[in-house]
Design a protein around this ligand. Structure first.
Ligand code: PEP
Ligand code: MG
Length: 580
């Protein structure tokens, strides 16, 4: 029996065979074609290179807008590699003479070039090797019938093992038999982590011995105890089979109960739901929350790998609203960028270059007004089914909000003229999650109806942490509490409500710190609702406020963690608290 340790990203237990996935290994079909298929193969190549070229041209335009001509030239190098006549001729020859299918032929020829360049001593050529590899991936992606960038189907219930898992992989494997996830890299606050918890798939990251696991036939994944067991003996296996069964029964049950509206000392507190799929909304009884505080609309696009058109969005949003039985739903406009991509927007390259960590969110939508216009129309049309609010992600200037308000006004005029019904009572809020916005809080507060704090991204900008880092210590960082207190004060001055919708709100210890510095509303994923409810029900907000000063003057993470942990133990788990 061998035990391998990891870091818990999503709780639960699973037992099953391993499905090892290597992201950039292309499953190249190695079949020979018939002579009559040759022309069709060459047409496929033409189509694939044309698609790749138009993607690269679009990317070039974006690079020019966001960076400069020097960086745009990097794309030119790829465009040249893509249209290199020598390469195309050689591929055609292999297809004609050797009768290899075009994907196989293209792969072989490009790999030969790549290997030659990789071995060269000239830096310039070495750099071209990277360009070639990128172009190869892009063309082969288009040539392949299956989507190569998404994880393939798991044919039986399996534990997915990979170096990392992207949000789109996560959505895909959730639908196809993934019962657990093990990765080398992956963070608690990452979107993949958020999705794993939403889908209730046990997930361990920071696992350094992936190589040992990938060759195992059957493993036990115990995310609760942060371990993976290989070659378990009979007794251990029997014990875990019971756990795994209980876990799979528990995730099928929908969450029921009554929403908590107040703390132990009778002060009001709101607990809202974070969701991105209808299934998440359906998995809870609406009465256990006071509404949806964050609906991540981009998740449905990642799932379908396309931008939903206005009617599809209208239908999806209407279902969510109806499911909430009149409770308010806060829809966030598309928040692409960072680790959330869909192929057609082709944003991954920006991210890989790490040039645009703070890019995306509302600025991307404002650059694509038709996208924003159709989404706002869909929001407004669906508003007749209940109560909605609209929230803007990654806001970094007042100007962005003013522009959105103008577009929203135009959409309202359009709908009135068409005679389409919509609610006139829709609040517009801003997410507070970038560094720049921290400098303009009061000005911004005058322009919006509410603030919602995105602690996942805010910690990235304020502490310089990475979302893919598996540690959650950022939740106890003094800088975070100081920033949140500043946001609360600004919201108070303008008399607008403020909510926390980042993962800090579902961390039971951090939650106490948030309450201490004035937060009275959090929005958390369905998997965290029970625990958050338990904390709020058991703490006195007045008592929590007494530690605010200490939290705000602490100078390190450990000091804050110790303080919050102690408060938690004394109030939420008094039986386990040490008596001194
Ligand atoms: C956040 O950044 O905290 C947040 C809620 O937004 P997302 O996780 O979707 O980026
Ligand atoms: Mg965010």
């Amino acid at each position: 029996m061998k035990i391998i340790k990891g870091v818990k990203i999503s709780p639960g237990v699973a037992i099953g065979p391993i499905y090892y996935f290597e992201r950039y290994k292309f499953p190249i079909p190695k079949n020979y074609i018939k002579p009559e298929e040759r022309d069709g193969e060459l047409v496929r190549l033409k189509r694939a290179t044309t698609k790749a070229a138009s993607e690269l041209s679009r990317l070039r335009e974006l690079v020019l807008v966001h960076l400069d001509e020097v960086h745009a030239k990097m794309i030119d190098a790829q465009l040249m590699a893509l249209t290199d006549e020598e390469v195309i001729k050689e591929v055609e020859a292999v297809v004609q003479e050797e009768q290899k299918n075009v994907t196989w032929a293209y792969f072989d020829i490009m790999t030969q070039y790549e290997e030659t360049l990789e071995k060269t001593l000239y830096i310039y050529h070495k750099e071209r090797y990277i360009d070639l590899r990128d172009v190869k991936k892009r063309v082969i992606h288009h040539l392949s019938a299956e989507k190569q960038y998404t994880a393939p189907d798991l044919t039986e219930p399996s534990i997915f093992v990979s170096k990392r898992v992207s949000p789109s992989d996560m959505i895909h494997i959730h639908h196809v038999n993934a019962i657990g996830i093990i990765t080398e890299i992956g963070g608690f606050d990452s979107h993949s982590g958020i999705l794993a918890r939403a889908f209730r798939i046990p997930y361990l990251s920071n696992v350094l011995e992936i190589d040992k696991i990938k060759s195992s036939e059957q493993v036990i994944l115990d995310a609760d105890e942060e371990k993976i067991i290989l070659d378990a003996n009979k007794n251990v296996m029997k014990e875990y089979e019971k756990h795994a069964k209980q876990f799979s029964i528990s995730i099928k049950k929908s969450l029921r109960g009554q929403a908590v509206h107040e703390s132990r000392d009778g002060l009001p507190f709101h607990i809202l739901l974070n969701a991105g799929f209808l299934s998440e909304v359906e998995s809870i009884e609406p009465s256990i929350v006071q509404g949806i505080g964050l609906f991540r609309t981009e998740y449905q696009c990642i799932e379908s790998n396309s931008i939903l058109d206005e009617d599809d969005q209208f239908e999806a949003y209407s279902k969510v609203i109806k499911n909430m039985n009149g409770l308010p739903v806060t829809f966030r406009t598309f928040d692409f960028g960072r680790d959330k991509f869909i192929e057609m927007l082709d944003l991954e390259m920006f991210h890989q270059d790490q040039l645009f960590d703070d890019w995306g969110g509302i600025s991307f939508c404002l650059e694509n007004p038709s996208l924003l216009n159709s989404q706002l129309r869909a929001f407004l049309r669906s508003s007749v089914h209940g109560s909605i609010q609209i929230m803007l992600p990654m806001v970094s200037s007042v100007d962005e909000v003013l522009k959105c308000k103008e577009i929203l006004r135009d959409v309202q005029i359009e709908l009135r003229e068409e005679g389409t019904a919509f609610s006139e009572e829709i609040n517009l809020g801003a997410m507070i999650e970038t560094k720049d916005v921290m400098e303009i809080l009061d000005d911004l507060a005058r322009e919006v109806d509410f603030f919602s704090i995105g602690t996942n991204d805010l910690s990235l900008f304020l502490i310089g942490s990475e979302r893919k880092s598996s540690l959650i210590k950022n939740h106890y960082h003094p800088v975070m509490f100081q920033a949140i207190s500043k946001i609360v004060e600004s919201a108070k001055r303008s008399q607008i409500p403020v909510n926390v919708c980042g993962e800090m709100g579902s961390d039971p210890y951090a939650l106490i710190g948030l309450v201490a510095v004035g937060i009275r509303s959090v929005s958390v994923s369905s998997s965290a609702i029970q625990q958050v409810t338990e904390v709020i029900r058991n703490i006195s907000i007045r008592e929590a406020e007494l530690i605010a000063e200490k939290v705000l003057s602490a100078d390190n993470t450990l000091e804050i963690y110790t303080m919050l942990n102690k408060f938690y133990k004394m109030n939420v788990e008094p039986d386990n608290a040490e008596v001194k």
